[in-house]
Design a protein. Structure first.
Length: 308
């Protein structure tokens, strides 16, 4: 058994490293699919929508009734019971208790207006999720396009570096033979160094963008990721006038501002309704020491300013 534990301790880090260091090749659609399923910020925003649904359910329910039992005498002695039975033969062992059942009834449509406020809050949570999704998608697609651009630029510079390397080898032979001056060779070597410096800078840019992309996709940092460019046909954007109307109708931030105004209006209606007192219905039964049975049904007004 100890050998098994020892092998697990030795092999487990190697397995984890091999899994985290695997190479992943993804195109734009695959990257966006992983992004929608694994991004932590989007998962948190989805949870806010679920919380808003729970707030709506909670706003729809009625207040629970209240049951109160008091004045119960559970500790009478035998002598006290004998004395009481001599005075009142019908007395029981428990000489006194009181029971009260009450139910709060809200007025002025407070519950309905509270539900309307929570429904607007849910719509705001949905639009906030859409706004967060739009911002993260913008960052994601910018990173993807920048990576593809730098990869293509790196391919071009690598091709130029290979051509210059072959040209420099040919110039070195000509310089040794005395057919060309050394200045031309130095100029080519300087150009080769500039291309190598550009390639190193491109590698730094690509690594930084890949780090951001893996963070958005919630992938392990050690994952070797390669972005594959799509070969689909490009879609032409609509006209400028159409873009204005599309932005007015579809942008989540603009919808969020409208919902915020609507929520303020509904909250104002709810606060005005809270000025109306609520009704408390109570049924009370009190059995006193002399076994006098009292039952009364009361209807009393109670201000609900304490309710949130």
């Amino acid at each position: 058994m100890k050998r098994v534990y020892f092998l697990l301790l030795v092999l487990f880090p190697a397995i984890i490293y091999s899994q985290s260091a695997e190479t992943v090749k993804l195109n734009k659609k695959e990257i966006e699919t992983i992004f929608l399923n694994q991004n932590l910020v989007l998962i948190a925003e989805k949870m806010n929508i679920s919380m808003a649904d729970a707030e709506i359910i909670q706003a729809k329910v009625w207040d629970n009734p209240t049951l109160t039992i008091s004045d119960v005498n559970l500790w009478t002695t035998g002598k006290q019971r004998e004395t009481l039975l001599e005075a009142i033969p019908a007395a029981s062992h428990t000489t006194q208790f009181a029971v009260e059942l009450s139910q709060l009834l809200t007025t002025a449509g407070k519950r309905r207006k509270g539900v309307a406020v929570q429904q607007v809050s849910k719509e705001m949570a949905v639009q906030q999720f859409s706004e967060t999704l739009r911002g993260l998608k913008t960052e994601l697609r910018k990173s993807i396009n920048d990576i593809i651009y730098y990869q293509n630029l790196k391919t071009v510079l690598s091709g130029q570096a290979d051509v210059l390397a072959r040209l420099i080898n040919a110039y070195e032979k000509q310089v040794k033979d005395g057919n060309l001056s050394k200045a031309e060779l130095l100029r080519l070597q300087s150009s080769s160094l500039e291309i190598e410096s550009g390639l190193n800078q491109l590698n730094l840019e690509i690594n930084a963008l890949l780090k951001t992309l893996k963070s958005l996709l919630n992938l392990p940092p050690a994952t070797n990721m390669v972005v594959i460019p799509d070969t689909d046909e490009k879609v032409m954007p609509p006209a400028l006038v159409d873009l204005y109307w599309l932005a007015t109708e579809n942008r989540p931030d603009m919808k969020l501002q409208k919902l915020q105004t609507d929520r303020f209006a509904k909250t104002l209606h709810l606060e005005k309704a809270r000025r109306v007192p609520d009704i408390m219905l109570s049924a009370n039964y009190d059995r006193c020491r002399r076994l006098e049975k009292l039952f009364r049904l009361r209807c009393e007004f109670q201000f609900a300013c304490f309710q949130s």
